[in-house]
Design a protein around this ligand. Structure first.
Ligand code: F3S
Length: 704
């Protein structure tokens, strides 16, 4: 007796994913775990899950504090909201294919379409989809119900994921024939029809079919019906213990299939039991039929499951539905194909590559670097290339990798770029010790010292930013790529500098930003290129350090003093764009007037005094007093304020002669008089205005 296993049997992708999420949740041991509805239509599995601590509840309000698993059927947003309002941590295990149907239904409703869902009215998945339309969607189970719909305006049609394509197609056809404007979105998942086709093909060759699955599993019952229709004797069993050896008396070939809620471990138990029966009777080899590429032997351990797969379409025939209706392409493992992102979930992305069903990119296959959410990498509508990891896995799903497709393409490009020194674009994905990890199709390292032209204190500002860098080292066998962004920036800077040098005119006033201070001046960025603002060109008055005039980050206007194209140096001036205190100095300090000044420097021949910032004059030693003075410090000291008389003013030479002696003389011969002339000097930032006229009138002789 030969035992064959159907190529497509047992858990579908969405069921397996939901079970894995449930088990991960319960393993975290972080309080009670609830499942909204049985996670799977298989009593044995539900029992095991309950033993592990997952309690099944029928209503969100029955849950205490803890975590709530939403099974693969999905729910409407109202249920999600209710769960969150109760403070439950929601683990959303909605199958991505169901989620996509929900999103499409919601979008169609938002567009103003009357949404029609082809499916079973009471099915939880359908109730969830209707919920995403705000409850406005109509549900039809067949073309007859569709014909009875009385709607004007646009109609959007989606399907319960387990519906046969023929039913969906008929409903769309009926609605169109009624004169409606119909937008049809095929949301059918191929997993169910593939299992049915696989079971049917096997049943045509077998004498007896064993259909393994829960008694409450609609799709398992459907598989048994199909097998009988194909002429085989079919037994539906839940566990291996139900097998009666007498069923196989005189039988040459036994076929084995399983519903979408049947875990691998139950299938394996059935296989073991069949081996025992074979040993007892005719010890022939047990052969497994494989999908396309070899073994489909059930995996070890407790397989886990859900139930979004439970179709209620009892009358569904597994004929070639979608295959006939839609032109599909076959893909092979290792192939790189183009596709369009149709859904971006929490942990995976669905991509339409024109195959029977959308392919799945698990989050770990999205990028060479760690990503927190698929949204960081792709969005719906993106055209991307993907590598086919599994042409069709045991669950009937295409498993794809964007990372591998990117890597295949990237290595060839990287080698070329190393050779040509062309820059490459990439997105910064991680800050690591010593630098950044950049996604350039493969993971590349950008050392911190090569991130920018200068030191960068906080590398995290580059996270998720696209940057351009040069490949400076490449080792494909070791998967090593080293980048330098600094090299690209330096090159850009050099180019910009040359342009600037060509175009800058001496005397031109340009805006700038102070980038760096030194002892001798400041470097000012005048549009991507730095020029030197020397300390002597910062102010009309003497300063000891550049920080007295400017600070890093100051935005100011500077004059281009000199452009040296040979040495590529630009000299800038700040004081040239500020008011010159020597302008009108003859009017401000008329000969004969008496003003207050501050002694700033002593020399053997006299004292230099400041009349205002930037304007100094000399009191010669012979004018320091009305007596002989051997050394100026006999009469005045630095910092002291003195009254001086203006003897002469020479703006061209910037010389003012002053006298203290004349003031003393005048005081002795005249009554005090009023000096009320006003003049002022603005500082560079306009913040300080020194008015001397007032002081003159107030302070001179009257003061004494
Ligand atoms: Fe999902 Fe399709 Fe299964 S919709 S739950 S993978 S039948």
């Amino acid at each position: 007796m030969e035992v064959r296993v159907a190529g497509k049997a047992g858990f579908c992708f969405g069921v397996r994913r939901a079970i894995e999420m449930a088990l991960d949740t319960v393993r975290e041991r972080d309080g009670p775990v609830f499942s909204l509805g049985p996670l799977i239509h298989n009593p044995q599995v539900v029992h095991r899950l309950a033993q592990m601590g997952i309690q099944t509840i029928d209503d969100v309000h029955s849950a205490g504090e803890g975590r709530l698993i939403i099974r693969s059927h999905g729910v409407g947003p109202d249920v999600m909201d209710a769960a969150r309002r109760r403070g439950l941590h929601v683990v959303d295990a909605t199958c991505p294919f169901v989620r996509r149907a929900q999103e499409l239904a919601g979008a169609l409703a938002a567009e103003g379409c009357q949404v029609v869902v082809v499916g079973s009215k009471e099915h939880p998945e359908v109730l969830g989809i209707v919920g995403w339309t705000g409850g406005s969607a109509l549900v039809v189970e067949d073309p007859v119900e569709a014909a009875a719909i009385d709607v004007t305006g646009k109609i959007g049609v989606v399907a319960q994921t387990t519906q046969p394509y023929a039913a969906f197609e008929s409903v769309v056809e009926i609605l169109k024939r009624a004169g409606n404007q119909v937008k049809a979105c095929n949301t059918i998942c191929s997993a169910t029809s593939e299992r049915q086709q696989s079971a049917l093909a096997l049943a045509r060759q077998a004498d007896v079919m064993l259909v393994v699955g829960g008694a409450n599993s609609a799709n398992t019952r459907k598989l048994a019906q199909l097998c009988r229709a194909a002429g085989a004797t079919a037994y539906r069993i839940e566990t291996a213990s139900e097998i009666d050896p007498l069923w196989f008396s005189g039988v040459r070939t036994v076929g084995l299939t399983a519903g979408a809620s049947t875990p691998d471990w139950i299938i394996e138990e059935v296989m073991n039991r069949m081996s025992e029966i074979q040993d007892q009777n005719i010890p022939e080899e047990i052969v497994q039929e494989t999908a396309e590429a070899g073994e489909t032997r059930p995996e070890e351990g407790m397989p886990e499951e859900t139930s979004s797969e439970e179709t209620s379409s009892e009358e569904t025939m597994p004929e070639e539905g979608m295959k006939d209706a839609v032109e599909v392409r076959a893909v092979r493992h290792g192939e790189i194909v183009k596709g369009t992102v149709v859904h971006v979930g929490q942990d995976e992305v669905l991509v339409d590559i024109g195959a029977k069903s959308e392919g799945v990119i698990p989050i770990r296959e999205l990028s060479c670097c760690e990503v927190n959410s698929p949204q960081e990498v792709v969005k719906v509508g993106d055209e991307i290339e993907v590598y086919v990891l599994k042409a069709e896995d045991n669950e009937g799903k295409l498993i794809l990798s964007k990372e591998k497709a990117d890597a295949e393409k990237a290595w060839a490009g990287l080698e070329e770029m190393l050779e040509s020194q062309e820059p490459i674009a990439g997105v910064v994905r991680e800050v690591v010790k010593g630098g950044l990890l950049v996604d350039v199709g493969v993971r590349a390292f950008l050392p911190a010292s090569l991130v920018d032209r200068g030191y960068v204190e906080d590398l995290s500002k580059y996270l998720n930013q696209e940057i351009t860098a040069r490949v400076i080292e490449l080792n494909r066998p070791r998967k090593k790529v080293i980048l330098s962004r600094k090299a690209v920036l330096e090159e850009d800077y050099a180019r910009l500098r040359l342009d600037m040098l060509d175009n800058l005119q001496e005397g031109q006033v340009v805006p700038g930003v102070v980038r760096r201070l030194t002892q001798f001046g400041a470097f000012v960025d005048i549009g991507g290129v730095d020029g030197l603002l020397h300390i002597s060109e910062m102010s009309w008055h003497r300063i000891n350090h550049p920080s007295e005039a400017v600070k890093v980050g100051d935005e100011l206007e500077v004059m281009v003093l000199k452009v040296d194209r040979d040495s590529e140096k630009i000299s800038l001036g700040l004081k040239q764009v500020l008011p010159n205190p020597w302008d009108n100095v003859t009017e401000k300090y008329s000969v004969g007037s008496i003003v207050i000044a501050r002694v700033v420097r002593l020399a053997p021949f006299g004292a230099f005094v400041q009349l205002e910032p930037g304007v100094e004059g000399l009191v010669h030693i012979s004018h320091l007093a009305d007596r002989h003075v051997a050394k100026p410090d006999e009469v005045v000291s630095e910092g002291e304020e003195v009254n001086v008389k203006v003897l002469s003013v020479d703006p061209g030479e910037k010389r003012i002669r002053l006298s203290i002696r004349e003031v003393t003389k005048e005081k002795q011969t005249r009554e005090p008089r009023e000096y009320t002339r006003e003049y002022s000097s603005k500082t560079q930032d306009d913040s300080e205005v020194i008015t001397i006229g007032d002081m003159v009138g107030r302070d001179l002789f009257d003061k004494e």
